[in-house]
Design a protein around this ligand. Structure first.
Ligand SMILES: Nc1nc2c(ncn2[C@@H]2O[C@H](COP(=O)(O)OP(=O)(O)OP(=O)(O)O)[C@@H](O)[C@H]2O)c(=O)[nH]1
Length: 358
C-alpha cells in the first residue's frame, strides 16, 4: 500500500499540506493533494527536489504543472497494465457482441418459422385459444429481437468508448514518460531505457552503449539575471538543440548500418538543467563526436529575450561521455559519465570529457 501513515500522522500532513496547496494556482483536488501530501511527508525525495525547483523565488504551480508532477513523481499507474485492462475489456465486449449477434440471428430464424406456422394455422383456423397463444408467442419473440438489437447497439457504442479509453491510456503512457517543460523523455523514461541497455547481452564491447551527460553552465546566473520563466525558455531551446543533434546522429547510424537498423539515441532531461543522451549502440568516438556537435550547437545558438532586441550572454553546456563496460550496472555506468561531466565543469566548462572504463 502506498500510504501507511497513522491517522495522527496523516492529519499532521493534512494540516501542513493545506496552506501550501491554497497558495498554488491549481484547483484543490485529490491530484494536487496527493502531490502536496507526498511533499510534506518527505517520502518522495525526487518530488521534493522538483517542487523546490519549481517553486523557487515564490513561483506557484498551475494545473498543468501539478498534473505533470503527479504523473512524473506520484502516479503508480503501470501503463502496460492499463493497456492490458483495456484490451481485456475489449475482448470481453467483442465476445458479448458476437453472442448477442448470434442470439439475434437465432431469434430471427425462430420468428420466421413462427410466422410461417401462424400463416398456416390462420389459413386453416385453429380454435381461438390456440391462435391467441401463437400470436402472443410471435409478439414475445419480436420483443426479444428488439431487445437484442438494442443490446447490440449499446455494445457497439461501448466498443467505441473502450477504443477511446485505450487511446487515452496510450496518451497517458506517453505523457508519463515525457518531461512537461521540454518534451524530451523524462528521468523515468531514461531510467527504463538505461536498465534495458544494461540488461541486454553485450556482443561487442567496442559497440557497447554510450552515455553522454550534459549540464548547462552557470544556469543559476541565467535564472538570477533574467528570471525563472526565461530560464525555462533556455531549457527548452537547449533541449531542442540536443534533440536535433541526437536525431541527426540516429540517422547517420542508420545510414551507416548494413542490413540492420540500429536503435535511435534517446535524449532525456534527467534533472533541473541536466540532460542525458543514451546511444544504445555505436562507439566511444561517435558518442564523443555527437557530444562535441551538441556543445558547439548550443554555444552557437542565440536566444533573445522577449522584451529586448538583444541576445543574452552566450549559453554553453558541459558534457561528459562514457561507454558501458561488462561489469557495469546502471549506477556505475551513470556515475562514470557524471564524473566525466564534472571533469568538464572543472576544466573550464563548455567542453567535452571522455572517461574510458577503468
Ligand atoms: N528556470 C528553471 N530553473 C531551474 C529548473 N530546474 C532547476 N533550475 C535551476 O537551475 C539552477 C542550477 O544551478 P547550479 O546547480 O548551481 O548550477 P549552475 O549555476 O548551472 O552552475 P554549474 O553547473 O556549476 O555551471 C538552480 O538555480 C535551479 O533553481 C527549471 O525547471 N527551470
Amino acid at each position: 500500500m502506498r500510504y501507511s501513515d497513522s491517522m495522527a500522522r496523516s492529519a499532521e500532513h493534512l494540516r501542513a499540506a493545506l496552506p501550501l496547496m491554497t497558495k498554488q494556482r491549481a484547483a484543490l483536488h485529490p491530484t494536487s493533494y496527493a502531490v502536496w501530501y507526498e511533499f510534506v511527508s518527505g517520502r518522495n525525495p525526487r518530488l521534493n527536489q522538483a517542487l523546490q525547483i519549481h517553486t523557487a523565488g515564490g513561483n506557484t504551480l498551475d494545473e498543468q504543472q501539478t498534473w505533470a508532477m503527479y504523473r512524473e513523481h506520484v502516479c503508480e499507474l503501470d501503463p502496460a497494465l492499463g493497456g492490458r485492462i483495456a484490451d481485456g475489456f475489449s475482448q470481453v465486449l467483442d465476445s458479448m457482441a458476437a453472442s448477442a449477434a448470434q442470439a439475434g440471428q437465432e431469434s430471427a430464424r425462430f420468428d420466421t418459422s413462427l410466422s410461417a406456422w401462424v400463416e398456416q394455422l390462420l389459413s386453416n383456423p385453429p380454435p381461438q385459444a390456440q391462435a391467441d397463444v401463437l400470436q402472443e408467442l410471435l409478439c414475445g419473440t419480436r420483443e426479444i429481437r428488439g431487445a437484442l438489437s438494442d443490446l447490440q447497439q449499446r455494445l457497439d457504442s461501448s466498443q467505441g468508448e473502450i477504443h477511446s479509453l485505450r487511446e487515452e491510456v496510450q496518451r497517458a503512457r506517453g505523457e508519463a514518460l515525457l518531461d512537461a517543460l521540454t518534451g524530451l523523455a523524462n528521468r523515468r523514461a531514461f531510467d527504463q531505457q538505461l536498465q534495458q541497455c544494461i540488461s541486454a547481452p553485450m556482443a561487442d564491447a567496442a559497440q557497447a552503449p554510450c552515455l553522454v551527460l550534459g549540464d548547462i553552465d552557470f544556469f543559476k546566473q541565467i535564472n538570477d539575471s533574467y528570471g525563472h520563466a526565461f530560464g525555462d525558455r533556455v531549457l527548452r531551446a537547449v533541449a531542442q538543440t540536443l534533440k536535433n543533434v541526437a536525431e541527426q546522429t540516429a540517422i547517420t547510424e542508420q545510414a551507416g548500418a548494413i542490413g540492420a537498423a540500429k536503435a535511435a539515441t534517446i535524449a532525456a532531461r534527467v534533472g533541473g538543467e541536466e540532460f542525458a543522451m543514451l546511444l544504445p549502440t555505436g562507439n566511444l568516438q561517435q558518442a564523443q563526436a555527437m557530444a562535441e556537435t551538441m556543445r558547439s550547437s548550443v554555444a552557437a545558438g542565440r536566444i533573445r529575450r522577449g522584451d529586448s532586441a538583444q541576445d543574452i550572454k552566450r549559453v554553453t553546456i558541459s558534457l561528459g561521455v562514457a561507454q558501458m563496460s561488462a561489469g557495469d550496472c546502471a549506477e556505475t555506468f551513470f556515475k562514470r559519465a557524471d564524473r566525466a561531466l564534472y571533469a568538464s565543469k572543472h576544466t573550464g566548462r563548455n567542453c567535452v570529457t571522455v572517461l574510458a572504463a577503468a
